[in-house]
Design a protein around this ligand. Sequence first.
Ligand code: AMP
Length: 287
Amino acid sequence: MRCIDNIRELTDVLTHKKQGSGIGFVPTMGYLHEGHLSLVKRAREETDLVVMSIYVNPTQFGPNEDFDRYPRDLDRDKALAEEAGVDILFLPRTEEIYAGTASVTLHVTEGVHVMCGKKRPGHFDGVVTILTKLFHIVQPDHVYMGLKDAQQVAVVERLVKDYFFPLTIVRVPTMRESDGLAKSSRNVYLSTREREEAPVLQHSLQRARKAIQQGARSPEEVISLVRETIESGTSGVIDYIEVLSYPGLCPVEEWDGEIIVALAVQYEKARLIDNMIITVSEEDKHV
Ligand code: AMP
């Protein structure tokens, strides 16, 4: 695995190496876990050259968020990335990737007034800004993104479509701990007790899916069920629970097709998110 922190060197190397089934790209903020590595595995299976980036992107963090204390461990990340089969690890430097003033800015207008976007104004502007830079530098054929961050996937799919990026976004399912907790770099900030309680997030989503499969067709009913399950199982404070169409992220009117039940829970030092995408068909309620 080659580590590169310089844009010019990276583009030179990629020009020479690109071949066959093309470049698979896995953008991350590091502190790698098996969720990230599942994206690499998929990229490894489907493409010839796997590029991962590790960059804790300052523009997607709000002033009171955890940019400074976001967990970082580059040596460990390098070892894990190499073992997982990454060919090139790109480690952008802020002085270069954000060099100069931002004379042209990107602003997301749809799909950001719900879920995390509501509480994190500007977050997705930062996400599409860094990804636009990275997509132009790496010129991937396929970009591997986790459905754990389903809103991010939906927003980036819109970016790619609206601006004709010549790449596909590959949606990768959420990797979980054996008790159901979604793997996340932020899980290290849970106290022992919070960690024991946190699987209730996933359990609440499973209950929601079951209720929908049995015919529940009111977002309020599904939200109350999820709320009750979480409140009875953890001291974490619910930030939001939403039921929306996916990937449109609009209020559910037609209970047909894909919907997302998404939630965020604030613990003392970590805010956890989780979601479930459910394919609803009118037949479900007769099951
Ligand atoms: P992050 O480093 O948190 O920005 O995540 C980088 C990529 O890994 C994003 O596409 C995430 O959605 C994805 N990811 C994070 N956690 C998981 C997980 N538990 N399962 C699958 N993908 C994940």
